[in-house]
Design a protein. Structure first.
Length: 256
């Protein structure tokens, strides 16, 4: 019997690429602007950096779902961070949901949905409500939190449905999904009411600014360890800037 093995971020990214078929050519030039390579590079780096100082600070500086988001931030050091984790099933709908990152803390289940910088990128109309249902189905009694990583601040673009503020964008399609899943009207109303308390967002530009700022907060370390962490932080920031290609990216200042 082989020992349990958690696949690396690189092996999971390669697995994602293997399903692209003729679209695999899009990954030439490092998949610049595509969400999977960008997410893998950034969140692998964030996983390796001191969690409270970097991932925790990103959560503190994000927007929306304040109570749940800040609880996740406070528990970041103890989080299990799973990048490109594969599919989670919604049994009642027989639908697979594929989080970009699945983060489990002692009291919060966090699903990260990231958008890459490719021009015209949109959310599918049912994508966000499916992820909301996925969180509620797989949170194991933890508080659910859906974190959107965006190229620009809201409103967000839904395919074929225009631009919407975050809460409205998540709500579109939710009633239909609940009905197809055999849920009651009361269940739907409860999910709808939960959106402001479990959906948050942050931009790639803000993550870039936070990582750059927090790098300078590293102190009291040996020169070798400090240099290693600085290289990792620089790699995260550089990945965001390179993948942006100048599209949807501008330098921002994040308040302390």
């Amino acid at each position: 019997m082989e020992p349990d093995h958690k696949p690396s971020v690189i092996s999971r990214l390669l697995d994602e690429v293997s399903w692209e078929g003729s679209n695999v050519k899009r990954y030439r030039n490092g998949g610049r602007g595509m969400e999977n390579p960008l997410t893998a590079e950034v969140f692998q780096g964030l996983s390796n950096l001191p969690r409270d100082l970097f991932l925790g600070e990103i959560l503190r500086c994000a927007h929306g779902a304040d109570e749940t988001r800040l609880a996740a931030a406070d528990e970041a050091e103890h989080a299990d961070l799973d990048v490109l984790p594969g599919s989670l099933l919604l049994p009642a709908l027989k639908i697979d949901v594929q989080p970009d990152v699945w983060v489990t803390t002692p009291s919060v289940q966090l699903l990260v949905e990231a958008k890459g910088f490719r021009k015209g990128a949109t959310f599918n109309v049912e994508q966000l409500p499916r992820e909301l249902l996925c969180l509620h189905a797989h949170n194991k009694n933890r508080a659910p939190l859906l974190l959107l990583v965006l190229t620009t601040p809201p409103p967000i673009r839904l395919a074929g449905s225009g631009r919407h503020e975050i809460d409205a964008g998540v709500a579109i399609g939710l009633e239909s999904l609940c009905a197809r899943a055999g849920m009651t009207a009361e269940d739907y109303e409860a999910l709808l009411a939960s959106i402001p308390f479990c959906v948050a967002w942050v931009t790639w530009s803000e993550i870039h600014a936070i990582v750059t700022r927090q790098k300078n907060a590293l102190s009291g370390l040996s020169s070798s360890i400090a240099a290693s962490l600085h290289r990792t932080a620089d790699g995260v920031a550089s990945a965001i800037k390179w993948h942006s290609g100048g599209l949807g990216f501008e330098s921002v200042t994040v308040a302390d």
